[in-house]
Design a protein around this ligand. Structure first.
Ligand code: MF3
Ligand code: CO
Length: 250
């Protein structure tokens, strides 16, 4: 059990993988509108990935059946795109995706409103994103892993939202999920010391209501237990000797 430190060459491959993923998210965002079946997002992603000769790291992961995850409203993560599932005005939709480029993984998620959404849902989206940025203020060599978790919790708890505890962020590199696990809630144990060359996927998942989640019958889709809307924001970041670099946002 150890956290891999990436070489300059590996970091460059991670950067390329993540920049490509950032571009893909920008393309996906453009087609979101009321009436869109979520499978269209998966189709676009599959084509984007194929055109560039890269791979989806979600497709076939433990049998996952699509290239990306598309989670609507009370779906927290791992929603399976479908031609039956149509986006409606006022929905919020989270897109989680990753690419493998020359063996190196990227992982990032965004949540968007569909058409006009309530102020309450918009704030949930905005504060979930903000909590990521609060977390990475602590993502500096010499700090401890729990500094990131605690910063996210301290920030988001002010709004009375529920932090999802059953799912966490993670190291990322030659595998989609590497050591360490990165909870989005307060930790008593300090965890490992952060070092330059670590690449981490930090991904707060935040519910408007309580943070409890349940799995649907498809064994993938995670939903909030109380049915409240949920937002997700994730980037792959690099720990450096100075400010962290957000690899999947450029
Ligand atoms: N991005 C997700 C995570 O880090 C991984 C989804 S894998 C899938 O947890 F198979 F569910 F798509
Ligand atoms: Co992830």
């Amino acid at each position: 059990m150890s956290i891999s430190i990436k070489s300059p060459r590996e970091i460059e491959l991670m950067r390329i993988s993540n920049h490509m993923l950032c571009d893909m998210h920008r393309e996906l965002e453009k087609i979101i509108c009321p009436g869109l079946p979520t499978i269209e997002l998966d189709n676009l992603a599959a084509k984007f990935i194929k055109d560039r000769g890269v791979k989806s790291n979600f497709l076939d992961y433990e049998g996952y059946p699509a290239s990306i995850c598309v989670s609507v409203n009370d779906e927290v993560v791992h929603g399976i795109p479908s031609k039956e599932k149509i986006l409606h005005e006022g929905d919020i939709v989270s897109i989680d995706a990753g690419i493998i480029y020359k063996g190196y993984h990227s992982d990032a998620a965004r949540t968007y409103g569909v058409g006009k959404i309530s102020a309450e849902k918009q704030q949930l989206i905005d504060e979930t994103r903000n909590s990521f940025f609060e977390g990475i203020k602590m993502a500096r060599a010499g700090n401890r892993l729990f500094d990131i978790s605690n910063a996210i919790d301290d920030y988001i708890s002010k709004f009375g939202y529920g932090i999802v505890r059953d799912l966490v962020g993670h190291g990322v590199g030659t595998e989609l999920h590497e050591e360490p696990q990165i909870p989005n809630f307060r930790q008593d144990r300090r965890g490992p010391r952060l070092q330059a060359g670590m690449t981490l996927a930090i991904e707060p998942m935040i519910n408007l209501g309580r943070g409890d989640v349940v799995w649907e019958e498809d064994e993938w889709t995670v939903v909030s237990e109380d049915g409240s809307p949920s937002a997700h924001y994730e980037n792959t970041i690099l720990i450096t000797d100075g400010d962290p670099e957000i690899l999947s946002l450029y």
